[in-house]
Design a binder for this molecule. Sequence first.
Ligand code: BF8
Length: 676
Amino acid sequence: MAEATKVKPVKAPKLADPMEASIEPATQEMIRRAQALQIETVFDRAVTMKPCAIGLQGICCKNCAMGPCRLPLPKNGIEGEDTRKGLCGATANTICARNFVRMIAAGAAAHSDHGRAVAETFLSAAKKETKDYTIKDPAKLIQIAPYFNVATTVEVDGVTKDRDIDEIALEVAEEAIKEWGKPEGTLNYLKRAPQPLQDKWEEQGVKPRNIDREIVEVMHRTHMGVDQDYKNLMKQGTRASLADGWGGAMIATDLQDVMFGSPTPLQAEANLGVMKEDHVNIIVHGHEPLLSEMIVAASQSQELIDYAITKGAKGIQLGGICCTANEVLQRHGVPPAGTFLQQELAIITGACDAMVVDVQCIFQNLANVAKCFHTKLITTHPIAKMEQENVIHIEFNEHYAMEDATRIVKMAIDNYENRGADVMIPQHKTTQIAGFGVESIKYHLGGTFRGSYYTLNDNIINGRIRGLAGVVGCNNARTKHNEEHITLIKELIKNDVLVLTTGCSAIAAGIHGLLTPEVAAVYCGPGLTEVCETVGIPPVLHLGSCVDNSRILLAATEVVKAGGLGNDLSDLPVAGSAPEWMSEKAIAIGQYFVASGVYTVFGYHMPLDGAPEFKDYLYKGMEDIYGGKWDCEPDPIKHAHKMIAHIDKKRKELGIDKARDRVLMDMADRQALGMD
Ligand code: BF8
């Protein structure tokens, strides 16, 4: 007699607890809605799939087909000699360093390829091959031209005259593009760093020669059987990271400012509640603002607004996710609908008529979520397509950008009538001031007639502002959405640390209401409150997208130039942080901050535990070389206090640790302190 087959009970899928997944009410509401509709999101997948314990340690080598070789560190560590080896003999240090510098290369490639696309479009604009892109900020063009050795004036009959702006644009565009592959010299923008920092890079042999070369060389040196010295590997990792921060990313920022306008502070809203039930909702998501700039223009055209009205909508509402959101926010006031972890949720509102994505940080699961609704998911970049059949591809072409944008906006309008009845937009949104930059900080803190960083420096020297912190980076589904960002930032401002923020951290700060001058009185220490109230700035300044971390580097350089706080970035009372990091770009950013002299703390686990010696090199050894170093602290309060302790250490070294009184210092006072 046949045995009765046992029927295994079907287990209900594990679901995320919305209250544990996020501190943010709109996100919690939408996770609940997704679960009620049986639509899986990243929050649920984070509960059902655990991260690989060996990968977490950073010591899985899959660089050749004899592996993957896995060298986990025994629970109780290793006593005596570490004999762990891969088949080829690669040590844990070599494997961990190779993996780490490959992350840097991927991050640098992402930012720099973005920069390349911007530079190529700028060249088309300079050659007048496209009418859709023009020079909106000639002053910025003139400001950057000298770094590319492009003259901005010309001598005519012994008289100095301004050169034609179109000629300058063409030469800058041609020179900028050479930065990706020039055969000689080093990157032009390195000259923007303080001289002692340039000297350190020279001495270490880490000045990037051209952007592409440094990334290619990382891939070569991490190939099986090439570089097997973790310090030498990190040297190349450093060079690739600098090619990002002081190269590709910085060029992206500048040329975007030239073409689309440098940001100035503006007011906007933030969070999923910016979507409107009676409007056509279009979400732009990704990083490169080339097409989204045109979508902003198209969605403001009266013709398309009228067309939307004929379809029964009251208008067109644009919103953003991730860094494309930051780009269109800082220049146009388009409200961000959410951070990285809210991308699926924007579609789950049922009110997203089109989501337009370009490159980076885009979940492939968006296509599965879009299938459950009427949402048109549109990919626009030749290097970033999706395999699912419901995805529409409209390829961006700078020569027809406005036509492409108009087609996309029309498609969203036509889709409005296909919405189901099941619309649920969470009613949570905040007001924020965004759009700060190197120039606007100068203006706000220095005033119209003496725009400078002296006032900021004075306030740091007299201690009203204890120091500066760059808080940047991602969300990570392995941590509670936004909790680390917000707890950390609040603790910093409570201790009089002025925060500069970018990326998803900046969106999170906006969503949680930390980007208005009024919050100073609620959350800040007395010194920072006084400064914010006097000059009317928020205690947390939104400086843009992740490529705009270059703005933080340049703002810090301006602080050095203004005097009184040392000669190099490593002398300043500043620290960096990415509390909820997840992307390889974050590692590239972290390394270029460290190599620029900044103490940089990450919140989520770093993939280094399997190679304690290499980890020690990053957490301690780097400081002897560059003045900056890595650290990791998951608890946001302890994280903040590590940064504050570093800031205090630097204040002490500068001799301003006792200066937290209420005296504005002039140059004579500073000279008396021996800090000129
Ligand atoms: O480049 S912060 S999740 S969106 S990687 Fe991505 Fe991280 Fe957000 Fe912007 Ni930056």
